[in-house]
Ligand binder design. Structure first.
Ligand code: ATP
Ligand code: MG
Ligand code: MG
Ligand code: MG
Length: 439
């Protein structure tokens, strides 16, 4: 992409109403525009990042054997009357009445709808296990939308639902989700720690939230610092292997790590004092086993091996796709702007032409552009007729991992300058060598 043909409305001023770095940087970098409280347009740069995150989520869910689909944003109210949540969900739900006077709502989550789909089409245990998921916009009328896309009213979420014959099978689905989430967040350059969370009115031990540590996080968390040493890495996973998934869950959840809702001072006191940490975190996902909470009232039964109908065991599992854009920036920025991890960056490499219109500099930039494209990478070429300082500031703000700077002086010696956004280190090298490094 050439900057002169792109739409990148960067702001010079720091927006006054944005309280945290990620919100400020997303506005300044022209990634989003607020349309109403907690409702955003995703401008081209922000959209690219959102799609990269979405792609990673899809890949990892499908790797785990979960099946993608798509449910609508608008739901009929009756389904929520069946489950009993119509009353209990409260004012976070955006209720709509259509022209026929029917009660509708903009979905805040999809347990009811997926249960309805399941009961319409599945009748035998032989069709289990089954995990369906979608990535779709949600609406929750948050009392205090804030921090940009981190607490929006409209937000993009992956939500998946498992259907199993027994509790044990459903717990394997739970473990599978935990493992796939660990992989997912790591691919985005994030450390998201699974923490024991509150089971809510259903109770039970089977829910974990995934938290990214950040001072601006809305959750208070307590943990054994040893959990921050754990990394998933590139281990091979067989998602059908019950023991392997269980052992990974044990590895990542045995040490103390809890949100304030489940925090237990006495247990925390057993962690060696030098490893006790309290901090703040951003909730980027949650997994939940809830048994027959929906299948029972909504009649989602299957015929078991003995021919008798039984309600299926279910769980739901969410990832805050749009919140992740903000969370990644919170975790990875400096005073000059965003620093994208390679996995989600909107472009792989910036090209800065120090002397636009100079035949040699223009030619070298075009060569690099084609070279990067041939490598399957997406470059962003700043081909504006602008001062070098302004071009550097834009590149730093939008945070691409690499910048190649091309000017007549370097070209005389056959070199360009390659700069890493993360380390700030630059080196001069021939254009072909720069391409090799970026690839
Ligand atoms: P929170 O505690 O932040 O309100 P939640 O526990 O209500 O989140 P879940 O129902 O667990 O949210 O939804 C799954 C994921 O969706 C969350 O882990 C979070 O990453 C994301 N999410 C929830 N609410 C919002 C929101 N208002 N804006 C952006 N993302 C959200
Ligand atoms: Mg909430
Ligand atoms: Mg929560
Ligand atoms: Mg949650």
């Amino acid at each position: 992409m050439r900057l002169t043909r792109y739409f990148l409305p960067v702001l010079k001023e720091t927006p006054a109403d944005a309280q945290i770095a990620s919100h400020r940087l997303m506005l300044r970098a022209g990634m989003v525009k607020q349309q109403a409280a907690g409702i955003y347009s995703w401008l081209p740069l922000g959209w690219k990042v959102l799609k990269n995150i979405e792609r990673i989520v899809h890949e990892e869910q499908q790797r785990a054997g979960h099946i993608p689909m798509l449910m609508p944003t608008v739901q009929p109210g009756e389904l929520w009357q069946e489950s009993g949540r119509d009353n209990s969900y409260g004012p976070e739900m955006l209720r709509i009445t259509d022209r026929q006077g029917r009660k509708m709502l903009y979905g805040p989550t999809n347990e009811e709808m997926i249960t309805d789909i399941f009961r319409s089409h599945v009748s035998s245990y032989k069709e289990l296990p089954l995990t369906l998921y979608h990535i779709q916009w949600k609406f929750r009328d948050e009392i205090r939308p804030r921090f940009g896309v981190m607490r929006g009213r409209e937000f993009y979420m992956k939500d998946g639902y498992n259907f199993d014959l027994t509790k044990d099978d459903a717990l394997h689905a739970y473990n599978r989700h935990l493992v796939s989430y660990l992989r997912t967040y790591e691919r985005m350059g994030l450390q998201a720690i699974p923490m024991r969370a509150d089971g809510g009115p259903i109770g039970g031990d089977y829910t974990h939230e995934f938290l990214v540590l950040a001072e601006t996080g809305e959750s208070e968390v307590f943990y054994d610092s040893a959990v921050t040493d754990l990394t998933f890495g590139d281990r091979e996973i067989d998602y059908d292997d019950v023991a392997q998934c269980q052992s990974i869950l044990d590895e990542f959840t045995t040490r103390y790590a809890r949100t304030d809702e489940t925090h237990d001072e006495a247990l925390f006191g057993q962690v060696p004092e030098e490893r006790r940490r309290s901090a703040r975190g951003i909730e980027v996902g949650q997994i939940f086993y809830f048994g027959t909470k929906y299948s029972e009232p909504m009649g989602a039964h299957v015929q078991g091996p003995d021919g008798k109908p039984v309600p299926v065991h279910m769980g739901s599992h969410g990832i805050g796709v749009s919140r992740l854009v903000g969370a990644i920036i919170e975790a990875s920025h400096d005073e000059n702007g965003i620093i994208w991890p390679e996995g989600v960056t909107p472009f792989h490499c910036g090209i800065v032409n120090l002397k636009q219109g100079d035949a040699e500099a223009d030619g070298a930039c075009e060569g690099l552009y084609d070279g990067l494209t041939a490598l399957g990478l997406e470059p962003l070429y700043d081909d504006r007729d602008e001062r070098a300082g302004a071009k550097f500031a834009t590149m730093d703000l939008i945070g691409l991992p690499w910048r190649i700077t091309v000017g007549p002086r370097g070209l005389k010696n056959g070199v360009v300058e390659l700069t890493s956004r993360r380390t700030g280190e630059s080196e001069e090298l021939p254009p072909e060598a720069a391409l090799e490094k970026v690839a």
